[in-house]
Design a protein around this ligand. Structure first.
Ligand code: F6P
Length: 534
């Protein structure tokens, strides 16, 4: 393993003190005045593969930008980026590297990088990708058949969190090719989620894909078992299970115990976090529904962003600059939440996806060495598609009392044949960032809009697999840069374990087991909801 980069508590860096001083002065300058500085604006217009970052409507001048870049240098961000790509143990608590970039690499990109057992990672990645593309082709052309000889018409993807959000986002954003098998996603343990999908499919023509890195996540296990029971009740053939169930997992043994043939298991690796796993076999529904070509283009777009991230100086580096602007907004201008506003109906799931990526990665309160952080880390990420949000929550953005940062995601050229719609969509997206910035004076305080809220615009050339891959990879790297500046581990998620453990005895108590050791509030709720089996 390569040595880790050195970073320290950010507030101890000289640049942090400079930024604190500059933030105190920031209130005296309007964003509209800042925009008079062409040189500043040019620095905040950053072309990257498939995407341009326009940060010119942020509330900062050249001095702040210089101080943010100095902070990045003091936290050794460039060295950290190199360490990430070299396979350093960036996930200290789990003693793992984070090599999701290898999943979209070309032969040679990650040659020489080995896993904890000393195995080269690249051959396994390339072989798995070949299998994913082959499987997608055989499902799409009808050569892969169910146990009764019929072609597959439906794929039911069962997985949650990082094993769900990415493939669903991309499948909806790119859309199925004509005649492709339908892809359904079941994540929630709520029986309505599974029941509504099972009501639409035929066991003879359905493939179930159980996606779980651990193969132990409760929701996925419960949904997979119920799907298998449903399938067995209808086919009456245990032997048919292996024709209709596949898995993506790092726990091949558990998948085999479930009844999935090892030849139908696609591997996952401990050096890929769930929320970074879209690019692996987890993305199979994209290859099946949108096509192998689209999946390959998605990976190419992400790889192009990887190269940009690895090779660009920080001043021209879109993911790094996004992260520095985030730090400015949240740590210095007090934004406690960040709104993701895609002006693209097909990107309506982007806020959900980014919620997991950003909040599960950087919702942390200790530094890499376990000491408490001395500054705020990840703000709350939320949002929704424009223009719908304008008629719902934008009121709070314009006249609420809290500081909010925002990203507008715009797409330059639409794929549909309704040009006026696209022009209206873009006009509204641009107008909203303008309104947030400029506000509007009015003698009536109810009608006055304060403005001076900064925002980014992320401008995609098109909403195609390549640009989408680049957009998602940009966010992965943005999260990494934030984590380096905050000196936290972005790749673990210990906080989610407690609730999972607590649910186990409550499940039994809801079924009739005594709840005497529970606290009074839990006892009362359990008592009210208890339904012992008949
Ligand atoms: O509970 C959180 C989590 O572990 C996520 O990090 C992960 O993406 C999700 O659950 C699903 O995990 P698995 O792929 O192991 O089922």
């Amino acid at each position: 393993m390569t040595d880790l980069y050195a970073a320290t508590a950010p507030e101890q860096q000289p640049a942090w003190q400079t930024l604190t001083r500059l933030a105190a002065e920031a209130g005296s300058r309007s964003i509209a005045r800042l925009l008079d500085d062409d040189a500043r604006n040019r620095r905040l217009w950053v072309p990257a593969p498939g995407i341009t970052l326009d940060g010119s409507r942020q509330r900062l001048d050249a001095a702040v930008l210089d101080a943010l870049l100095a902070l990045a240098a003091q936290q050794n961000l460039q060295a950290a980026i190199q360490a990430l790509f070299a396979g350093a143990e960036v996930n200290g608590t789990e003693r793992r590297p984070a090599l999701h970039m290898a999943l979209r690499g070309q032969p040679g990109d990650f040659a020489g990088i080995v896993d904890a057992g000393g195995q080269a990672i690249e051959p396994a990645v390339l072989e798995t990708r070949r299998r994913v593309l082959d499987l997608a082709r055989s499902v799409r052309d009808g050569s892969l058949r169910g146990h009764s000889g019929k072609a597959i018409r439906d794929l039911v993807h069962i997985g949650i969190g990082g094993s769900h959000l990415g493939p669903e986002l991309v499948s909806e954003a790119i859309g199925p090719t004509p005649g492709a098998p339908r892809c359904h996603f079941v994540a929630n343990v709520d029986g309505d989620a599974l029941a509504s999908v099972l009501a639409q499919v035929d066991p003879e023509t359905t493939l179930f894909l159980v996606v779980s890195k651990s193969f132990s996540t409760l929701e996925t296990q419960v949904n997979a078992r119920s799907s298998r029971s449903w399938f067995l009740e209808r086919t009456g053939s245990a032997g048919a299970v292996e024709h209709h169930f596949m898995a993506v997992t790092a726990n091949v043994g558990a998948a085999a115990e479930f009844g999935i043939s090892p030849t139908r298991v696609f591997p996952m690796w401990d050096w890929v976090g769930g929320r970074y796993s879209l690019w692996s076999a987890v993305g199979l529904p994209v290859a099946v529904g949108c096509g192998p070509e689209a999946f390959s283009r998605l990976l190419d777009g992400a790889r192009a962003m990887d190269r940009h991230f690895l090779e660009s100086p920080l001043a021209d580096n879109a993911p790094a600059l996004c992260a520095l602007l985030d730090i400015w907004n949240s740590n210095f201008l007090g934004a406690g939440c960040h709104a993701v506003l895609p002006y693209a109906h097909r990107l309506r799931r982007l806020p959900d996806y980014l919620q997991q990526l950003e909040m599960e990665s950087n919702g942390k309160s200790v530094q890499r060495d376990g000491r408490p952080v001395g500054v705020h880390t990840m703000p709350v990420v939320w949002g929704g598609e424009g223009t719908n949000g304008q008629h719902a929550f934008h009121q709070l953005l314009h006249q609420g009392t809290r500081a909010v940062s925002a990203d507008f995601v715009l797409v330059a050229d639409a794929d549909h044949e309704l040009p006026d719609h696209h022009r209206w969509l873009l006009a509204n997206g641009i107008a909203q960032s303008q309104a947030l910035m400029a506000g509007q004076a009015n003698d009536d305080p109810h009608r006055a809009v304060a403005g001076e809220h900064g925002s980014n615009t992320l401008l995609l050339d098109r909403l195609d697999p390549h640009s989408l891959g680049a957009l998602l990879a940009l966010h992965e790297h943005r999260v990494f840069c934030q984590g380096v500046i905050w000196n936290i581990n972005s790749f673990d998620q210990w906080g989610v374990e407690l609730g999972k453990r607590l649910a186990l005895p409550i499940f039994d108590q809801l079924g009739g087991a005594p709840a005497a050791t529970q606290d009074a509030a839990t006892r009362r709720l359990v008592g009210r909801l208890r339904r012992p089996p008949h």
